[in-house]
Design a protein around this ligand. Structure first.
Ligand code: U2P
Length: 262
């Protein structure tokens, strides 16, 4: 009886979460249903990097004056129209050699903004790129069936749909004092790309903006974009924080090796 009550409670809690709009990640292993669309998720380094507490060589927040000042890539995610997404669809261990010719572009536009080693799909720890390939890239077939094409297409999309530039031209620039209307930022993106993006905030700071695409890479609305009031993570006025990298001396003092940073 007790275990029945417990099961019922878990079921109700699960359904309540789903109905409240919590996203559901589907780990479909081999039997994945084909995804519906792509979300190109772009992170704002000013928001991410100001939480930096220690440095290591792989963390782009620690590049001093070369730290990124534009949106960088978080990932290209195959998603379902119901708000869930597949993950870890088949075993394909990340091999950095396959993308060695893309490394300069990836270091610049798709850097890790932390020292942590995210988990891969099989219980191990790996690089940011390895995590994104194994968790999301493997679910992007039949559009992509290999690492090289997945990373190359993501870089090309990022360069073609230059979000930082769109916001800059509309007057939305990095600032530690300005607050901008969320509606104005969304309108600037709508006018440039003719789609509704998805926006995520950490408190009042823009954290990520997602631009979505059909499988043929024509832009389309993101599922979580429907109306402004449902963008529960952002207030009406938002910021795009500037990031002031740790100064040179502090960087040296705080720069453990990658091993120590794990
Ligand atoms: O939003 C929190 C984390 O959930 C994963 N996510 C979110 C939306 C989506 O469409 N697809 C998706 O995978 C991301 O996990 P990550 O790739 O970072 O492991 C996102 O960070």
């Amino acid at each position: 009886m007790a275990s029945r009550t417990c099961l019922l409670f878990l079921l109700v809690a699960f359904l309540a979460g789903a109905l409240a709009g919590d996203v559901i990640e589907v780990n479909r292993s081999q039997n994945q249903r084909e995804f519906d669309y792509f979300a190109l998720s772009l992170q704002w380094p000013g928001t991410y990097c100001r939480a930096t507490r220690h440095c290591c060589s792989k963390n782009a927040c620690c590049r001093g004056s070369d730290s990124p000042t534009q949106f960088t890539i978080h990932g290209l995610w195959p998603d379902y129209n119901d708000g869930s997404w597949p993950s870890c669809c088949y075993r394909s261990d990340f091999n950095e050699k396959e993308i060695s010719t893309l490394k300069d572009g990836l270091d610049k536009y798709w850097p890790s903004l932390s020292c942590g080693s995210p988990s891969n799909c099989h219980g191990g720890k790996g690089s940011f790129w390895g995590h994104e390939w194994e968790k999301h890239g493997t679910c992007s077939s039949p559009v992509f069936r290999d690492e090289y094409n997945y990373f190359l297409a993501t870089l090309n999309l990022y360069l073609k749909y230059n979000l930082t530039d769109v916001l800059y031209k509309a007057g939305y620039v990095a600032s530690n004092s300005e607050k901008y209307p969320l509606g104005g930022i969304v309108t600037a993106i709508q006018n440039a790309f003719h789609i509704n993006p998805e926006v995520q905030c950490k408190r009042d700071a823009i954290d990520e903006i997602r631009i979505c695409f059909y499988k043929d890479f024509k832009p389309r609305d993101c599922v979580g974009s429907k109306d402004l009031t449902s963008r529960k993570s952002c207030p009406k006025y938002v910021s795009l924080p500037e990031y002031t990298p740790l100064d040179g001396e502090a960087m040296v003092l705080k720069m453990p090796t990658d091993r120590e940073a794990l």
